[in-house]
Structures are given as structure tokens and as C-alpha cells.
Ligand binder design. Structure first.
Ligand code: GDP
Length: 716
């Protein structure tokens, strides 16, 4: 048994040459380390084997002593109880492992569309990804969604066709599907050795040799063998195709090839690396994670082909003092910039803030600055994560992913920087929740526990929100889908041990204004024998859809003194949380306080707060308020002979069909459909197509409802 050829040494030397010269010795060493970091995500459709692949990666990289099979519910990355029970991966847990001198940080990404936001924020902080596909199922709808998301973020990718041991597994068919459905520029760099239950390893097209895996010792041992005679021609053809592709894509490679057609594996690898990082090639490997076959070559491929933080272009942000664009290089000597991309509440350490460091270093004891809140905070504990285990460290450097414990004033999307070199990185955008549900505590003791649990969960998950219905006093929670709310209520019951009743999920509507308006409210009352006075004039105007609300206080201080501004702002924020038509939250409105009045002895914060809410409500009522409803993007893949029924059913659901196309014997129908029409769709489509169609849906945008529907909704 021999190790696979390791060409990283040459790479390290190249890196040294690149970074040397300008900086002191310490920095050179540390930045050299940067070239050996891989921040990756593993993206896949549910059931393709992402959890098993991750588990094996951690095992071979020496971080796991025992393998936990997913079907037994013990996989290490699936560390929340619900995940274990459901067998799906919901939260992105980050974990670190080492493979041949490289540090690989894996950010787990969920495959279910209810959790696309988890995928989005992972894609924001990782540098490269491994797409895992099932050798039998191939490209399934959710792989498409995630793949396209990764395209949007320009994430370089390699692909792994898993489950090659299963009956019906077909490597070349999956490659073809990736080309067709994903338009991915795939190229095989391996071929499967054997088929279905005789699958025993892979043919490496760069070294032109076979890697034979031994199931009995958990695949830790494998031998390098000559290519078997029955695969020799196929391997030659596949290698020639690969070389032709590389020559087309890469001029340097073309030059070398013309000089010397018999190229070394190192030269091929270097060309594959350049093409992968620039996004013009997706190298494809195969194996069987469950049967412990060909996972180590995947780890080698992560090192060989996926980018290090140094390969990624400089991170852009804004200097909050000047408003000008600023950039940060991946360099430990640069000032700190890091993005807080996730909060998790942990029963042992409390609040854990996951961060990706883009430049500089984050050290224990240092003071970090938050440009959004203009607050400083001391870092008391830094942690590197391995699923359930954590390792305390003193420093996290540029390129790394880790967690900070105990930060109070940072939330997801905030930048961590230093006060004398401020930068605010692009915030992560989160979609608006589309489904709501009432939740009622069973006892008074549960009421308090419920509020605490919801507050923690809101902090962890920016797509989960809460409000109190003014009329009924009920607590209403909102999220991205039924499964999302189901998981959250499950956590409230189990993790926080709250006893509560939940209502049925309903559509989360919004209210907005369709015209500009202005109103003044004078609050002048005697309360407890004392006069209270405040006058506030408020203007409202519509903003573009999905921009959120804006609040501005633009009034002379001799009309309303500054000491009352925060009470007014509080009143306006309260006003925005409950609309005038049906108590839905208000969205996409700009509210400005434009004038007002006070009496030196008789004005109070309460008077201003009340006057602000009243003036705001009066302004909204006169600004033609309308109801907005969530519209979902629905993709149905139906057998051609049922597509007629699928379309007429969609039409009866107020759908707008946006695209139709053929995919082999199937037809794909894309449509925009109001969420309110989609309850029970799973059952409907099953009976319409005898269970042969599949579909995905995800929140797309909010749209004004027709007048008839608005009247119905208000009556309701
Ligand atoms: P995930 O939903 O993508 O995380 O997929 P899992 O890792 O949970 O795997 C889904 C199912 O496929 C589980 O029952 C696994 O045991 C099984 N599985 C994973 N990898 C393989 C494989 O290589 N071969 C076979 N036959 N089954 C696999």
C-alpha cells in the first residue's frame, strides 16, 4: 500500500514565493498556513449520502474514533436530537479536521428547502463545495436548487457520485444529468471499478492506476493496482477526453501539452485546480461512502482542487465612517475583519457566535468592534468546533472558521472588526417568514419559559420571528415553512421543556401602503391629575417590495427635543408590528417624523410614544393600505402524460406558469403560486399523477392581493 502522490509540497513552495519578501518572518509562516486551509460545504439532495460522506471524512481524517451510521441515528454532524430522529440535517454545524497537512473546515449545509437560508449563509462563508449525488437517483430537484444557489455565489465545486454499490448506480448517466440539468461543466477524473455489489474501487485517470479498497478494515487500507484489462480502453478514452477539455480551457496547459504530450499527473492536477477555481470545470469522482470505498481520494481532491482563502478575491465592505468601499485581503497582518454568520445557544457555553475570519486575527482578550451597533466587546473565549466537541483556542486567523462564546451584542450578519480600522462587510439578506402559527403556554410558569425560549431561537434564526397579536393577546410565531415551524416548536417543547399548545399553520400576510400620506396626532390628556402633552406629525410612503421598513426622525429640536426621540421611535416600531387592516405586520414602508410640538413642563415619553403610534396609524389608514401575500416558486417535474392535469390544477390555484421544458420523459413546469393555495398540495399532486411527479417550492416574493381577496381576508 502506498500513499497517493502528494503534490502539495510544490504548492506550499509556490505560496512561500508569493508571500515572501514583503512581510516579516512570522507573517510569512502564518500566511503560508492560509494556503493549506480549505473552507468547504457539502451540498446535496436529502438522502444522497451527505451525512455519511461527512462522517467518513471525519473518520479518515482521524477526528472520529468510531463511525456512526446515519440510519442508527448516531452521526456526529447531526447533533441536534430532532435531526437525529428525522435523519435530516437542519443546522449548519461547522467542524474542523486535518488531511495531509491541510486544515479542512466543513460547514454542513441542509438539503431541505425550508432551510434555504441555512444554505445561503453557509455559501456566503465557504470557499468551495463538494456536491454529493446519488449514483442511482442522480440530480434530484433539491440538488438543483442548491447547485444554482452555489452558482450565484460563484462557489468552485467538485462532485462526488456516491452509492456506486447500489443496484442501478450509473456513473456516466449521473454525469450526463449534471451536464443537462445543472449545465455543470463536469469532467470525470475517475471511473468506477466494478458495478453495484461488485464495486470495489476507482480508476484514477491522472495516475492511470486502480485504487482497490478493502471493506474489511473500514476502507483505511487500499492498494494501488494496474488498471484491469477490461477497463483499459475506457480509461484511455476518458483520460484523452479530460486532456482535451483541459487544453480547451487552459492556455498554459495547452502549451505544455503541445511541447510534451505525455504529461505528468502533477501537471494535470495543476490545470484542473486552475479550471476548478475559476469555475469552468467541475471534476467528478465516485465511490461508496457507506461501504468505505474511495472517500480518501475525495479528501485529496478537496486539497488539490478546491480554493484556499488565498485563492478567493479580496473581501469587499464599506468603511462606516466614510461610506466608501473598502477591501480586505486574506492576510493575517491586515486589520481584523470577520463575519458573524450563525448563532447557536448551547446548554454548556451559552451563546455561540460562529464567525468566518476574512483578514487579520481574532485573539482571546482583544476588544472587537461592531460597526452596526457602534459597540465594543471583549472576546473571552474562542472555540474551534468539531460537531459536539469543542477545542478552546487562543487565536483564530484569517481564513479560519470558529466560534466566539459570550458575545452579547453581535447577531447574524454583523461584522467583527477593530475600532481603529472599521469595515462593515455585506450583510446576509434573509427572506421574510411566510407561515405563522399561534402558540399558547399551558401554565403561567410556561409563559415565561416560552418567552425566553422564543427569544433565544429568534436570535439563532433570522428567518424565525415572533409577535403578539394585539387583539387576541396570542403569541404568533412565523417561519419559512411548515417543517421549519414544526422543528422550532419541537425544540421549544424538548430543549426548553415548555408545555404549550400550538394552532394550525396559516399564511403570514403583510400590510403595506400604496400611497404617501401625512397625519398629525395631538395627545393632550390629564392623567392622575397631571396634564400630559405631545404632538407628532408623521409621513408614510411606500418603499420598493422586500426592502423592509425605514424609520427616520427628521424634526427640529426646538419642536421635539432629542430626549423624546427614542420613545417616538419605539412607538413607531410598535405601530409597524401591527397593521391597520387585520393586525398583520407592516412591510416596505418609510415612516418619517416630520414635525411636532411639546410643552416644557407637560410633555412626557409616554405622551410622545402614544402620539407617535396614533399619528402613524392615522397616516397609514389614509395611505390606501393593502395586503401582501407570499408567493412561492413551485417547480413540478411530471411525467409528460400527466402534465395537463398538473397545469389545470395549478391554474385553479391562481398560479402563473412561468416556464415549461422537457427533461427526458418528464416535463418541468415552473410556476409562481400564492402560498395560501398550496396547503395540501403534496396530497393533491400525488393523486393527480399517481405518485409519479415530484415538486419543490420555496418563498419567492410578496405580492399585493386583489381587492376581492383583500375584502375576504378583512372579513375573516
Ligand atoms: P443525507 O440525507 O444526504 O445526509 O444522506 P445520509 O448520509 O443520511 O444517507 C441516506 C441513506 O443512504 C442512509 O440510509 C445511508 O446509510 C445510505 N447511504 C449513504 N451512502 C451510501 C452508499 O455509499 N451506498 C449505499 N448503498 N447507501 C448509502
Amino acid at each position: 500500500m502506498q500513499p497517493l502522490i502528494d503534490f502539495m509540497e510544490t504548492q506550499t513552495l509556490q505560496m512561500r514565493a508569493m508571500t515572501a519578501g514583503k512581510q516579516d518572518a512570522d507573517t510569512v509562516v502564518a500566511n503560508d498556513g492560509l494556503g493549506l486551509i480549505r473552507n468547504i460545504g457539502i451540498i446535496a439532495h436529502i438522502d444522497a449520502g451527505k451525512t455519511t460522506v461527512t462522517e467518513r471524512i471525519l473518520f479518515y481524517a482521524g477526528r472520529l474514533h468510531r463511525m456512526g451510521e446515519v440510519h442508527e441515528g448516531t452521526a456526529t454532524m447531526d447533533w441536534m436530537e430532532q435531526e437525529r430522529e428525522r435523519g435530516i440535517t437542519i443546522t449548519s454545524a461547522a467542524t474542523t479536521c486535518h488531511w495531509r497537512d491541510h486544515q479542512i473546515n466543513i460547514i454542513d449545509t441542509p438539503g431541505h428547502v425550508d432551510f434555504t437560508v441555512e444554505v445561503e449563509r453557509s455559501l456566503r462563508v465557504l470557499d468551495g463545495a463538494v456536491g454529493v449525488f446519488c449514483g442511482v437517483g442522480g440530480v434530484q430537484p433539491q440538488s438543483e436548487t442548491v447547485w444554482h444557489q452555489a452558482n450565484r455565489y460563484d462557489v468552485p465545486r467538485i462532485a462526488y457520485v456516491n452509492k456506486m454499490d447500489r443496484l442501478g448506480a450509473d456513473f456516466s448517466a449521473v454525469l450526463e444529468e449534471m451536464r443537462e440539468k445543472l449545465e455543470a461543466p463536469v469532467a470525470a477524473i475517475q471511473l468506477p471499478w466494478g458495478k453495484e455489489d461488485s464495486f470495489c474501487g476507482v480508476i484514477d485517470l491522472l495516475e492511470m492506476q486502480g485504487l482497490l479498497f478493502d471493506e474489511d478494515d473500514l476502507g483505511t487500507g487500499f492498494s494501488i493496482e494496474p488498471i484491469p484489462a477490461d477497463l483499459a480502453v475506457e480509461a484511455e478514452v476518458a483520460r484523452a477526453q479530460l486532456i482535451e477539455r483541459l487544453a480547451d480551457l487552459d492556455d498554459v496547459f495547452m502549451g505544455l501539452y503541445l511541447e510534451q504530450p505525455d504529461l505528468s499527473a502533477d501537471v494535470l492536477r495543476a490545470a484542473i485546480r486552475r479550471a476548478t477555481i475559476s469555475g469552468v470545470l467541475v471534476p467528478v469522482l465516485c465511490g461508496s461512502a457507506l461501504k468505505n470505498k474511495a472517500v480518501q481520494p475525495l479528501l485529496d481532491a478537496v486539497n488539490f482542487y478546491l480554493p484556499s482563502p488565498l485563492d478567493i478575491s479580496d473581501r469587499k465592505g464599506v468603511n462606516p465612517k466614510t461610506g466608501e468601499i473598502d477591501v480586505r485581503r486574506a492576510d493575517v497582518a491586515a486589520p481584523l475583519s470577520a463575519l458573524a454568520f450563525k448563532v447557536v445557544h448551547d446548554s454548556y457555553v451559552g451563546k455561540l457566535q460562529f464567525v468566518r475570519i476574512y483578514s487579520g486575527v481574532l485573539k482571546k482578550g482583544m476588544s472587537v468592534y461592531n460597526p452596526r451597533t457602534c459597540k465594543r466587546e471583549r472576546v473571552t473565549r474562542l472555540i474551534r468546533l468539531h460537531a459536539d466537541n469543542r477545542e478552546d483556542v487562543d487565536v483564530l486567523s484569517a481564513g479560519e472558521i470558529g466560534a466566539v462564546a459570550g458575545l452579547k451584542w453581535f447577531t447574524t450578519g454583523d461584522t467583527l472588526c477593530v475600532e481603529n480600522a472599521q469595515i462593515e462587510l455585506d450583510r446576509i439578506r434573509f427572506p421574510e417568514p411566510v407561515i405563522s402559527m399561534a402558540i399558547e403556554p399551558k401554565t403561567q410558569a410556561d409563559r415565561e419559559k416560552l418567552a425566553d425560549s422564543i427569544n433565544s431561537l429568534v436570535e439563532e434564526d433570522p428567518t424565525f420571528s415572533v409577535r403578539i397579536d394585539e387583539e387576541t393577546g396570542q403569541t404568533i410565531i412565523s417561519g419559512m415553512g411548515e417543517l421549519h415551524l414544526e422543528i422550532i416548536t419541537d425544540r421549544i417543547f424538548r430543549e426548553y421543556k415548555v408545555k404549550a399548545n400550538v394552532g394550525k399553520p396559516v399564511v403570514a400576510y403583510r400590510e403595506t401602503v400604496s400611497a404617501a400620506n401625512r397625519a398629525t396626532h395631538v395627545f393632550d390628556r390629564e392623567i392622575g391629575g397631571k396634564r400630559q402633552f405631545a404632538s407628532v406629525s408623521v409621513s408614510v410612503e411606500p418603499l420598493k417590495r422586500s426592502t423592509g421598513n425605514e424609520v427616520a426622525i427628521d424634526v427640529r429640536s426646538d419642536r421635539i427635543p432629542a430626549q423624546f426621540h427614542s420613545a417616538i421611535e419605539e412607538g413607531l416600531r410598535d405601530g409597524l408590528s401591527t397593521g391597520t387592516l387585520r393586525n398583520d405586520p407592516i412591510a416596505d414602508v418609510k415612516v418619517s417624523v416630520v414635525d411636532g410640538d411639546h410643552e416644557p413642563e407637560e410633555s412626557t415619553e409616554t405622551a410622545f410614544r402614544t402620539a407617535a403610534i396614533m399619528a402613524f396609524r392615522e397616516a397609514v389608514l389614509g395611505a390606501s393600505p393593502v395586503i401582501l401575500e407570499p408567493i412561492m416558486a413551485v417547480d413540478v417535474i411530471s411525467p409528460a402524460d400527466h402534465v395537463g392535469e398538473v397545469i389545470s390544477d395549478l391554474n385553479s390555484r391562481r398560479a402563473k406558469i412561468t416556464e415549461m421544458s422537457n427533461r427526458g420523459v418528464f416535463q418541468v413546469v415552473k410556476a409562481e403560486v400564492p402560498l395560501s393555495e398550496l396547503f395540501g398540495y403534496a396530497t393533491a399532486i400525488r393523486s393527480l399523477t399517481k405518485g409519479r411527479a415530484s415538486y419543490t417550492m420555496e418563498p419567492h416574493f410578496f405580492r399585493t392581493v386583489s381587492e376581492d381577496i383583500q375584502n375576504e381576508l378583512i372579513k375573516w
